[in-house]
Design a protein around this ligand. Structure first.
Ligand code: SAM
Ligand code: DTB
Ligand code: SF4
Length: 352
């Protein structure tokens, strides 16, 4: 298979084709992913999202990986929905430290109608700081998705987590179809989709291929594809799970990049367990987004200064995607874009 054959967006992947990509020699796979990456993105820029848990723990769902499920004793301190002021303070700090998107997560099966006004206020306030907004609140019906979109929510995160076949081993309280229905509601309301999964839960290569096949064969590729490496949590059924081979993790990133060439692929949870070399390989394989915050939802993530130091050592700059309001600022954004394009032309494009 040549790189050129992957250049256009496809939604008709077969599991076998994807397994064939996974089976490529590591260097061939990485080369192909890097070529696709360079055709679509500045390879030396990474988008930074900061995550905040706005409602923590006591979730009724049974996701076997999750520290926030009320069914497992993980010792987590639960918290009610945060006050607006606290969320705004955290968003301000995220912006000051260089994040371009603020992602708010709640440990809900789905939001209750009485929670919606507070959540909508959070979207409006965070957005007014000039940050992109993302939320992950569980399943949404059509009306809820529309309310979030109308308040200005840019992205909704809802993961498929794994392949349809392996899914039942991990979650029994909602179905794969429930998740697809939520994704459909999000799309139809006009929001961007952030959807990915978790690897390292005991699944095999066919399950990883199955997850990526589902994602790429959605009617539209998710704009953002978080690839999480399982964070093993004491008290959850997956606490003693064997580690995934780091190269298989990198392969998953590379295959995601090839299959969804225009999507941001996020090197998501699990970075605390990765050394710098592994993170650099993930960027080489086409990851171009990270969670940039010292806590994910409830578990630790690398410190901001060590992330910045790593990016600097690799010659990677944070992507600036500030929402601008005045015409003067729009002009500045355009100038920046021209500058980026000029810089982009200087990159070696192996596809040419
Ligand atoms: N409750 C909502 C839901 O499940 O849609 C939103 C929050 S939930 C914590 C968001 C995502 O975090 C999950 O879909 C899962 O992919 C990821 N996640 C949760 N626990 C994780 C863990 N221990 N390791 C890696 N990813 C995890
Ligand atoms: C996603 O794919 N990963 C994030 C975000 N979307 C919401 C969550 C990771 C959670 C890791 C475990 C924790 O910190 O609770
Ligand atoms: Fe609840 Fe989401 Fe955790 Fe599942 S992943 S237990 S739905 S918070």
């Amino acid at each position: 298979m040549t790189a050129a054959s992957h250049a256009s967006l496809r939604h008709d992947w077969t599991r076998q084709e994807v397994l064939d990509l996974f089976a490529l020699p590591f260097n061939d796979l990485l080369f192909e992913a890097q070529v696709v990456h360079r055709q679509n993105f500045n390879p030396n820029q990474v988008q930074l999202s900061t995550l905040l848990s706005i409602k923590t723990g006591a979730c009724p769902e049974d996701c076997k990986y999750c520290p926030q499920s009320g069914l497992y004793d993980t010792g987590l301190e639960k918290e009610k929905l945060l006050e607006l002021q606290k969320v705004v303070e955290e968003a301000r700090a995220a912006k000051a430290s260089g994040a371009s998107r603020f992602c708010m997560g709640a440990a809900w099966r789905s939001p209750r109608d009485k929670d919606m006004p507070a959540v909508l206020d959070m979207i409006r306030e965070v957005k007014s700081l000039g940050l992109e907004t993302c939320m992950t609140l569980g399943m949404l019906d059509e009306g809820q998705a529309q309310q979030l979109a109308d308040a200005g929510l840019d992205y909704y995160n809802h993961n498929l987590d794994t392949s349809p076949e392996y899914y039942g081993e991990i979650i029994t309280t909602r179905t794969y179809q429930d998740r697809l229905d939520t994704l459909d509601n999000v799309r139809r309301a006009g929001m961007k989709v952030c959807c990915g999964g978790i690897v390292g839960m005991g699944e095999d290569a066919s399950d990883r291929a199955g997850l990526l096949t589902q994602l790429a064969n959605l009617p539209q590729h998710p704009e953002s594809v978080p690839i999480n490496m399982l964070v093993k949590i004491k008290g959850t059924p997956l606490a003693e799970q064997d580690d995934i081979d780091p190269f298989d993790f990198i392969r998953t990133i590379a295959v995601a990049r090839i299959m969804m060439p225009e999507s941001y692929v996020r090197l998501s949870a699990g970075r605390e367990e990765m050394n710098e070399q592994m993170q650099a390989l993930a960027f080489m394989a086409g990851a171009n987004s990270i969670f940039y915050c010292e806590k994910l939802l409830t578990t630790p993530n690398p410190k901001a200064n060590s992330d910045m130091a790593l990016l600097q050592r690799l010659g990677i700059t944070p992507e600036q995607r500030e929402i601008r309001h005045t015409s003067e600022e729009q002009e500045a954004a355009l100038l920046q874009e021209v500058e980026n394009q000029r810089a982009g032309q200087a990159f070696y494009n192996a596809a040419l």
